[in-house]
Design a protein around this ligand. Structure first.
Ligand code: SF4
Length: 387
């Protein structure tokens, strides 16, 4: 039985210019928020019926993650209703990490205090940058001032486990603006930073505006330079680069995301949310109407809510385990692999590992295969071996 749950909150104030996530910013969708919370709670309550009894061991949730969209658009009591449903259905372990993604344009200290009272104990804040020009390019709803206020509000509300997103490789972004954003994070002692490079997704307004070619504005080299500047400065301040896109003060690593990288099973609830139950992977109905309607009937049908996408073969699972493990500093442990799959890494992927080690991309030490510094930089080359 999974010990983690992801809840998708697919509502945003306005669509950002680069965003192709499943989220709705129109009034009609926002009018459904309460009905959506009802549907999510119903799905949580029904879930134990859909999975074989032998999988339902007595375990409680160790991590819960509200992602979006903009989960901070919810009222604290709406988030509280979902947490109550999770508690009643699965149980929530003492010390469970409960993260809420928060958009700086939607929060103040009173609202954040109320979220804390509901049980949220970690915030992931979509700051991205503290440069107003960059934020305008991205079409974010907040400016630098609002972002600073949001960080202050999080502290006033008593949050200490805070992550801030920082986006790199944005047209018009300068090293000076990156330096200033990072200065602020360090000054505020934000213990966890997630780094993302802008990806131009087809169909977004930014894609159209830039003619679909990010390289014309930010080259790979410039993007890498930004990434190295940030990672080396954070490393110098004691942050551990524990995953390709994430750095944390020791003890503040995301437990929920680390669960993904260990390829552990997790529940997911809500429109479009992807779930992974060891051998089965799938997603949810992708329209609000379909999702809410499917969960309103007396006899809810699994196939109206969950769309099974893949039954994973042992080989699929081994490849995925390698790829996810290589994303992290923890790497892929020989013993853990043997215990999970009943064979050694060497016998499953000897040829691939040999090639990667010869190229200096992967190292082996104390029974652990992990990417070298060079490999962290060229990780996609390694991942290609496991697709
Ligand atoms: S806040 Fe996040 S999910 Fe919402 S539109 Fe912006 S990038 Fe997309």
């Amino acid at each position: 039985m999974p010990e983690s749950a992801y809840i998708h909150i697919p509502f945003c104030v306005r669509k950002c210019a680069y965003c192709d996530f499943l989220s709705f910013a129109d009034e009609k969708s926002h009018a459904c928020i309460d009905a959506y919370i009802d549907a999510v709670c119903r799905e949580i309550e029904i879930t134990p019926k859909w999975f074989p009894a032998e999988e339902q061991k007595e375990r409680q949730l160790e991590t819960i993650y509200f992602g979006g969209g903009t989960p901070s658009l919810l009222t604290p009591s709406q988030a509280g209703r979902i947490l109550s449903a999770l508690r009643e259905t699965f149980g929530i372990a003492d010390g469970c990490e409960i993260t809420l993604e928060a958009n700086p344009g939607t929060i103040d200290s009173a609202k954040l205090s109320a979220f804390r009272e509901e049980g949220i104990n970690r915030l992931s804040m979509g700051i991205q940058s503290l440069d107003d020009n960059v934020l305008r390019t991205l079409g974010r709803i907040h400016d630098a001032e609002a972002a600073k206020k949001a960080v202050k509000a999080a502290g006033l509300a008593g949050f200490t486990n805070i992550s801030c997103d920082m986006m790199l490789g944005i047209p018009g972004q300068t090293m000076d603006s990156i330096r200033k954003t990072l200065d602020f994070f360090l000054q505020k002692e934000i213990p966890h930073i997630s780094l993302y490079s802008l990806i131009l997704e087809e169909g977004t307004p930014l894609y159209a505006r830039l003619g679909g070619d990010i390289e014309k504005y930010v080259t790979q080299e410039q993007d890498r330079e930004m990434y190295h500047y940030v990672t080396s400065r954070l490393a110098g301040k004691g942050y551990v680069h524990y995953e390709i896109s994430n750095m944390a003060v020791p003890g503040y690593e995301s437990r929920h995301n680390s669960m993904y990288w260990r390829a552990e099973p997790y529940f997911a609830f809500g429109v479009g949310a992807h779930y992974y139950l060891g051998k089965e992977r799938g997603r949810h109905a992708e329209t609000l109407d379909a999702y809410i309607a499917a969960l309103r009937v007396t006899d809810v049908k699994k196939e109206d809510v969950l769309i099974t996408e893949e039954i994973l073969s042992p080989e699929d699972r081994m490849k995925e385990y390698m790829m996810l493990g290589f994303r992290t500093r923890a790497g892929v442990g020989e013993e853990a692999f043997l215990e999970r799959f009943g064979m050694t890494v060497e016998s499953a992927f000897g040829a691939e590992i040999g090639k990667e080690m010869n190229a200096g991309l992967v190292g082996f030490e104390d029974g652990i295969y992990r990417l070298t510094e060079k490999g962290f930089d060229l990780a996609n080359q390694v991942f290609m071996d496991y697709i």
